[in-house]
Ligand binder design. Structure first.
Ligand SMILES: *Cc1c(COP(=O)(O)O)cnc(C)c1O
Length: 248
């Protein structure tokens, strides 16, 4: 997690006497969703979101959003004119009419399931560790409790979790391949924040192209697996994981 208020305070301190040179904080809040975390409240200047993920939520349309104060409007309009990236009405419609209004309902259920599944994985002997901000074992659990809060003030630690297989990358690949062929509720795919639960191995899929040193710096370990929790019954997801883990 990134301590947004911490970044804000540090920049303000360093640039106290040269405000005109102060860097702008642009925060990609896609993983958290605006339901779980609102970076503007903690001092970010600009928030960007992929609408393709949990805000769209159904995995059928692509888009992006920028949320910021009015003072950046003309900079943004200039950028939009030059680069020409405009959401077509056909894509904007489902995101605004089906995606956004159901965000809260979907994310609430996904968080509920994520916690149940994270606890299951943490207790499984084949798993070395689970990284989920909702688990007290998370190294930034205290920060998560301050920063990841829903509109009603409840802890909202998100819908994504990461776990590491003790036996390493070869077995992580075996696990996701087994799931791709046999699972009832989990789909092998690299997106996230969709109705369906998606599984992938960052080291061999989304982040395979990174040099080894960058993988290491970013905490992408061999044997690591990312799960994006969907709307299925958490017990179905656990059954799939349990079966796959017993086969590798
Ligand atoms: C997917 C993703 C993006 C890019 O979004 P697209 O809608 O696929 O272009 C940017 N940031 C994060 C964190 C993402 O997960």
């Amino acid at each position: 997690l990134i301590d947004i208020k911490g970044v804000r305070n540090m920049i303000d301190k360093v640039y106290k006497n040269k405000k005109e040179q102060r860097p702008i904080i642009i925060f990609d809040n896609t993983f958290a969703t605006p339901f779980c975390q609102r970076p503007l409240d903690f001092g970010a200047d600009i928030v960007v979101h992929s609408l393709t993920k949990n805000i769209g939520g159904f995995g059928v349309d692509m888009g992006g959003a920028v949320i910021t104060s009015h003072k950046y409007l003309h900079t943004l309009l200039q950028y939009r004119k030059d680069f020409g990236g405009i959401l077509s009405p056909k894509n904007a419609w489902p995101i605004l009419v089906y995606g956004l209004p159901t965000l809260m309902t979907r994310v609430k259920q996904q968080i509920n399931s994520a916690l149940i599944i994270a606890k299951f994985l943490e207790a499984h002997p084949a798993i070395e560790k689970v990284i989920y901000p909702g688990l007290p074992s998370h190294h930034q659990y205290e920060l998560a409790k301050k920063q990841m809060i829903d509109y009603e003030g409840n802890f909202a630690p998100g819908t994504l979790l990461y776990f590491k297989i003790k036996k390493g990358q070869e077995f992580a690949d075996k696990l996701i391949n087994y799931i791709a062929k046999n699972a009832y509720s989990i789909t092998l795919a690299v997106s996230l924040g969709q109705l369906r639960t998606l599984i992938e191995s960052p080291a061999s899929m989304t982040h395979a192209g990174l040099p080894e040193t960058a993988k290491k710096e970013g905490g992408l370990e061999k044997g690591g697996i990312r799960l994006s929790i969907g709307m299925e019954d958490p017990q179905d997801i656990i059954n799939d994981l349990n079966k796959a883990l017993s086969k590798i």
